[in-house]
Design a protein around this ligand. Structure first.
Ligand SMILES: CC(C)(COP(=O)(O)OP(=O)(O)OC[C@H]1O[C@@H](n2cnc3c(N)ncnc32)[C@H](O)[C@@H]1OP(=O)(O)O)[C@@H](O)C(=O)NCCC(=O)NCCS
Length: 129
């Protein structure tokens, strides 16, 4: 379980307005993206946030960046795979368990797809030379 408000992260700002936010946690030589949100999509905000996370992983000596998303989030699955992330694990029905802790997770997500499964993606990070 994570408490994102207490985690380190990165902001994208333009003229004093927040356009995006990423939070992360580091353990076992991996940097986990815990939350990533672009408030205005399709303008490079998400890419800038992922680039910052990858740079931070290198700086901290992490060998990979990982994250978990859900089966309905086709936009995120596309976004990450276009940015060098590979599918690493599928946990069918894991969201059922997550809902016991967080009942506000909706039953149906993007594109009308029932939210049922967790999907992990990871990107290996070359060490800083
Ligand atoms: C996933 C998410 C973070 C991506 O953020 P984003 O800011 O829309 O991402 P980007 O703008 O960097 O990239 C998205 C596309 O827009 C395009 N794009 C980037 N800059 C652009 C610009 N200036 N003008 C037009 N298009 C642009 C990119 O080319 C990219 O397409 P590609 O994948 O074919 O390369 C965003 O969709 C989001 O906040 N989703 C909701 C929260 C969420 O699902 N988070 C992930 C949970 S794990």
């Amino acid at each position: 379980m994570f408490f994102p408000a207490s985690l380190p992260g990165f902001l994208v700002e333009k003229q004093g307005h927040v356009l995006g936010l990423l939070t992360y946690a580091v353990a076992n030589h991996q940097l986990e993206i815990v939350t990533i949100d672009a408030l205005r999509r399709g303008r490079g905000v998400g890419t800038a946030l992922v680039d910052a996370a990858v740079r931070q992983a290198r700086t901290l000596g992490c060998s990979r960046v990982r994250l978990t998303t859900t089966n309905d989030n086709l936009d995120a699955l596309r976004f990450y795979q276009r940015r060098g992330f590979k599918l690493a694990a599928l946990r069918p029905d894991a969201v059922r368990e997550a809902r016991k802790l967080k009942p506000e997770i909706p039953a149906v997500g993007d594109y009308g797809i029932p939210i049922t499964d967790e999907v992990d993606l990871e990107r290996w990070v070359a060490p800083r030379q």
